[in-house]
Design a protein around this ligand. Sequence first.
Ligand SMILES: [Fe+2]
Ligand SMILES: [Fe+2]
Length: 240
Amino acid sequence: MTEKETGTGQLSRRERFRNGAEKADFQGALRDNPVHGDLNYEDALHRMPFHLFAHLSRVELYVRLLCFEMAEDGHREVNKSDCLLWGRAAFFHDIGKIRVPRDILTRPEKLPAGEDAAVREHPRYGKEILMALKPAQPFSKDPELFDLAVAASLLHHEWWNGAGYPLGLAGQDIPLIARMTSICDAFDAITYGRPYRKARSADAAYREIKEYAGSQFDPVLSRFFVEHGPIFLRHADCFQ
Ligand SMILES: [Fe+2]
Ligand SMILES: [Fe+2]
């Protein structure tokens, strides 16, 4: 409701957020209080810049499609009834970025070492934020979603060869949801670009995923993703 509608002369919390009055405070509070007691799902969405929300939404869709195609193809680790849940978990993979100052996230040039370190903390921030959200909807009623979201968030920058972060896990020790998210995340980063790097074609994305199969990415999943590329390409187009 608007101020006019409430007739109280007071702006609602949502309106203060929209007007930007609370955004800076919230961002600071979250940074200073990683396990912020009254953080809820709505707050987390309010803190999100649109470009981040759009990225998370696309990755959610790609993981959902990848999961469905894998199940269709007879991959035993997933089944079709998991697809919505796994996609939704992947949505949260970069939620930790709401704790990274916005000017760092949107800087149009490559970040210097100190600020790059702040971005590299986002998987850990993501886990902390999800822990704070655990008692709230949608996680309070869905522990499986919570566990998958934590795995996607904390571990989507791990590399198959152990050279990733934050834990340096390797191979099958990286949960499948995180390995799937990692590939879909890279596909989106390449085809949509980043503030400091232009978007490239889907073919360039497939080439890069192939090139890093076995080092950054799960080799079997990478091959599957690239072979089913046209599906992802079609759905990437629907966001243009
Ligand atoms: Fe990330
Ligand atoms: Fe991402």
